[in-house]
Write a protein that binds this ligand. Structure first.
Ligand SMILES: Cc1ncc(C[n+]2csc(CCOP(=O)(O)OP(=O)(O)O)c2C)c(N)n1
Ligand SMILES: [Mg+2]
Length: 325
């Protein structure tokens, strides 16, 4: 797809956000190895175009629900690098006040309603938010991101069925990265033509190239329009790939995929792809891209310092509901 030169600022913003997420996560991986981050930590490296492209199509008052692989989604929603990094470090200045960690990022003020560790557990919650928006007539849209393994969960089927019957302003975005932990989809019991499944629920559906941030954005914009203006749900199956293991406990290419497969996918890198498009269209050059890199690194260095220097939560506040007010 040729770039529209009138939209240079928008494309450059997408580029900056994807690079921020990539560098943020590389540093988070290093901090994990140094023992600064505890618990689970699932990196998103390779999938950046999905969260960044999709969330650029929303407005500030929409609702976003995600699984546990959600650092990018929180950052794209406007939660600061400081607040996300501090949450990974378990610090009181984190967006969940250090109680949630990597899998439970949350910031209601940004419409970012988690960060959920139970596969598929958040899908009905997103339908609930869409139902509330529809009942109140607010024109808000609720978006739910989940991995392809969640399609095996009963509540996925129940939720899609109800969303179609009740005509909810909801978008179900499946990030199909081919693997659910170490289980390759082609070896799984499920049939994974996910978009096709939506036909069973009388819902619009699209399959999208998740390595192309602009394709993701455009498909999402169509879904948002359908939700906001027609009060109808959509299923998007976005085909993507994670370069890292399932979590920090999983080696990079593990026993379930080959190094060659990984290298093949890295050649399709979404950040490199947009950099190439921007350069070819004369909307960026190597000096301006280096400038973005320097800017992003300064932001992340600041976030790391902030997280390091922040206080731990007070033990006496262990049972305090940090979202109560
Ligand atoms: C209900 C439930 N069953 C099992 C698990 C353990 N588990 C954590 S992640 C995961 C795989 C999820 O894969 P997918 O949905 O494709 O997301 P991805 O990790 O690829 O982003 C499983 C089985 C869980 N968290 N919740
Ligand atoms: Mg997966």
């Amino acid at each position: 797809m040729p770039l529209d030169s009138a939209r240079g600022d928008f494309y450059r913003q997408l580029y900056r956000q994807m690079l921020l997420v990539r560098r943020f996560e590389e540093k988070a991986g290093e901090a994990y190895a140094l023992g600064k981050i505890g618990g689970f930590c699932h990196l998103y490296i390779g999938q950046e175009a999905v969260a960044i492209g999709a969330l650029a199509a929303l407005t500030e008052t929409d609702y976003v629900f995600t699984s546990y692989r959600e650092h990018a989604h929180a950052l794209a929603r406007g939660v600061s690098s400081r607040a996300v990094m501090a949450e990974l470090y378990g610090k009181d200045t984190g967006c969940s006040r250090g109680r949630g960690g990597s899998m439970h990022l949350f910031d209601a003020s940004k419409g970012f309603l988690g960060g959920h560790g139970i596969v598929g557990g958040h899908i009905p919650l997103a339908a609930g938010a869409a139902f509330a928006a529809k009942s109140r007539g607010t024109q808000q849209v609720a978006v739910c991101f989940f991995g392809e393994a969640a399609v095996n969960i009963g509540s996925w089927h129940e939720t899609l069925n109800m969303a179609a019957l009740w005509k909810l302003p909801a978008i179900f975005l499946c990030e199909n990265n081919r693997y659910g932990m170490g289980t390759a989809l082609e070896r799984s019991a499920a049939v994974y033509d996910i978009a096709e499944r939506a036909c069973a629920y009388d819902m619009a559906a699209e399959t999208v190239n998740g390595m192309d941030v602009l394709a993701v954005h455009d498909a999402m914009a169509r879904a948002v329009e359908r939700a906001r203006n027609e009060q109808l749900p959509t299923l998007l199956e976005v085909r993507t790939y994670r370069y890292m293991g399932h979590s920090m406990a999983d080696p990079i290419h593990g026993h379930y995929r080959t190094k060659d497969e990984l290298e093949e996918q890295k050649a399709l890198d979404p950040i490199g792809r947009l950099a190439g498009q921007l350069t070819a269209a004369g909307l960026a050059d190597s000096a301006s891209l280096d400038g973005v890199e320097a800017h992003v690194m300064a932001e992340i260095d600041d976030a790391l310092r902030f997280a390091d220097e922040s206080p731990d939560p007070e033990p006496g506040e262990l049972l305090t509901n940090v979202y109560a007010d």
